[in-house]
Design a protein around this ligand. Structure first.
Ligand SMILES: [Zn+2]
Length: 299
């Protein structure tokens, strides 16, 4: 499979979920092997969408470099990954990718409208060779060697409007567009006050999130299990930070951006170690396990 980019520049405008400010995003074609690169303004410093650029992974995934930050990149990243777009320039006229309707659907629409072109360079999928795991108790994420990219996700929440939702899928471009891209982010009405005090969800409304109140959701659902579908969408977006498609089975339970990112770092580290001589790899692995609490899982 060869790499792809879009055919022409396109733009979307909306409001940042956390900042509440209006923002415009311009998406443009990018050369093979450049990956997805963000800029804050047309003359901003390039911020590659890579694990090294992640400066915060609570509530949303934030990229940054030398003091410039771009918040909430995950739904746009998911749209690009779901459509198989490898290379893209993203100019954000502000500090946050707009929330749009809380899903990846508007980004899928604009990227589709831009058309696609196949590039000369080949894709280099990441084949997972060992089991890697992050988290514990009721919140964890794991990846296992597998012949294809599969996600199995279980979400359980005390709130009766959510309950336990589980699904297992092999995302294809069609299933991504139909079954995952339209699933919206969600928030609890009771948390809104505290989030706003911390400068988060300032742009949150019934227009861009499922809002869960005491007795149920305040707006209608697009899917009966929209919550877990959105979790899968977020995971696809966060895994896209690796810049290469993954061949492996991701199994997650109640994971969020922070755990998704821990898994991304573990995969990146495992890849780096694979390329080193065996003895050196073992020594580095032992040291890093002690520091970060990562170890190949025994499952
Ligand atoms: Zn999300």
């Amino acid at each position: 499979m060869r790499q792809q980019t879009i055919r022409r520049s396109v733009a979307v405008e909306g409001v940042g979920l956390h900042s509440g400010k209006p923002v415009k995003v311009t998406l443009s074609p990018a050369p093979a092997d450049s990956g997805i690169v963000f800029r804050a303004g047309a003359h901003g410093e390039p911020i590659p969408a890579s694990p090294d650029s992640v400066v915060d992974s609570h509530y949303a995934t934030t990229l940054g470099r030398n003091g410039t930050r771009i918040q909430t990149v995950e739904h746009l990243m998911a749209a690009a990954a779901g459509l198989g777009i490898d290379n893209l320039e993203v100019v954000v006229d502000g500090c946050e990718v707009p929330a749009m309707d809380g899903s990846a659907k508007p980004f899928v629409a604009v990227l589709t409208a831009a058309g696609r072109t196949t590039q000369g360079a080949r894709r280099r999928p990441v084949a997972i060779r060992q089991s890697l795991r992050a988290g514990d108790g009721n919140r964890w994420i794991q990846i296992l060697p597998a012949p294809e990219f599969r996600i199995s996700y279980t979400l359980d929440n005390d709130h009766p409007a959510i309950g336990t939702q589980a699904l297992s899928c092999v995302p294809t471009e069609d299933s991504f567009v139909e079954d995952y891209a339209p699933a919206r982010t969600y928030g609890f009405l009771k948390d809104l006050g505290a989030m706003r005090k911390h400068g988060l969800a300032l742009g949150g409304s019934l227009e861009n999130a499922i809002v869960v109140g005491k007795r149920g959701t305040l707006n209608g659902l697009r899917y009966r299990d929209e919550f877990v579908r959105h979790k899968v969408l977020d995971l696809i977006g966060d895994l896209a930070l690796l810049g290469r498609p993954i061949q492996g089975h991701v199994i997650a339970r109640n994971a969020g951006h922070a755990l998704n990112f821990e898994l991304v770092v573990a995969i990146q580290r495992a890849l780096g170690l694979e390329r080193r001589p065996a003895g050196a790899a073992l020594r580095v692995a032992a040291t890093r396990d002690a520091v970060d609490g990562f170890a190949p899982a025994t499952a």
